[in-house]
Ligand binder design. Structure first.
Ligand code: ATP
Ligand code: MG
Length: 137
């Protein structure tokens, strides 16, 4: 059993899609073991995406993550990291497979509705960025 970190991004929360997206996770064997709705500060958004600091879209990405509330969560399941990446679909919704969250709900590469950790080390770091151990049940 594995854990991964997930964000339901502002574009999806704004369109009232929290429940629909959680349903996709649950249908695919991903169990939310920690979950909270927050509004990211600039420091949180910049820190979370620090790996993308040099990318041309960094400023836009930070602004968009601060543009409204998000749902941060820890998802648990068999091969949760890879499973979550599959269920999310390609970064650009134009390339996302049928039935994936980004195919169903994303608007554009910038407003692509969800984030998911890409590897065990990043999952661990990202979970720690938003949750304490006692919040994970
Ligand atoms: P995430 O890390 O959010 O799960 P990802 O791993 O599929 O997504 P990354 O390459 O890590 O994609 O990019 C992080 C985020 O930056 C993307 O989810 C997207 O919202 C945004 N992004 C990526 N490329 C672009 C782009 N060309 N223009 C605008 N935003 C972008
Ligand atoms: Mg990524």
């Amino acid at each position: 059993i594995e854990r991964t970190f997930s964000i339901i991004k502002p574009d999806a929360v704004r369109r009232n899609l929290i429940g629909n997206i959680l349903a996709v996770f649950e249908k695919n064997g991903l169990r939310p073991v920690a979950l909270k709705k927050i509004k990211m500060t600039r420091a949180q958004a910049e820190g979370f995406y620090a790996v993308h600091k040099e990318r041309p879209f960094y400023g836009e990405l930070v602004e968009s993550m601060m543009s409204g509330p998000v749902v941060v969560q820890v998802l648990e399941g068999e091969n949760a990291i890879l499973k979550n990446r599959e269920v999310m679909g390609a970064t650009n919704p134009a390339n996302a497979a049928e039935g994936t969250i980004r195919k169903l709900y994303a608007v554009s590469v910038g407003e692509n509705s969800v984030h998911g950790s890409d590897a065990p080390e990043t999952a661990k770091e990202e979970i720690k960025f938003f949750f304490t151990d006692d919040e994970i049940v």
